[in-house]
Design a protein around this ligand. Structure first.
Ligand code: SF4
Ligand code: SF4
Length: 107
């Protein structure tokens, strides 16, 4: 089970978590960041630095944020962002794309 970024990151996305991730698996979308579940090694460092407490271990995601486990996974689907598993967010760069459920959320 990997870590998951949830709603408080939307339109905040300050990037603090990116700076501490040892495997560079936190990717920038248009309105939030997403954790690549196949690349995350579940070290937990990102959770400790997020200023808005948006990051949870997959087993601890609050029930009202449960959809974000799938949202983080689906973002990397070739049909959504086209990213797949690039093996490094800095190499992939930001994309101006979000999961369809994030685009529906009010700003
Ligand atoms: S748990 Fe560790 S490896 Fe996974 S996204 Fe957070 S910092 Fe990166
Ligand atoms: S530290 Fe929190 S608010 Fe900042 S980009 Fe990461 S998940 Fe989003």
């Amino acid at each position: 089970m990997t870590y998951v970024i949830t709603a408080p990151c939307i339109d905040v996305k300050d990037g603090t978590c990116v700076d501490v991730c040892p495997v560079d698996c936190i990717y920038e979308g248009g309105r939030m960041f997403y954790i690549q579940p196949d690349e995350c090694i579940a070290c937990g460092l990102c959770e400790t630095v997020c200023p808005v407490e948006a990051i949870y271990h997959g087993d601890d995601v609050p029930s009202d944020m449960a959809a974000f486990t799938e949202i983080n996974r689906r973002f990397f689907d070739p049909a959504v962002s086209g990213l797949g598993s690039p093996g490094g967010a800095s190499r992939a760069g930001p994309v101006e794309i979000d999961d369809p459920d994030i685009l529906k959320q009010a700003s």
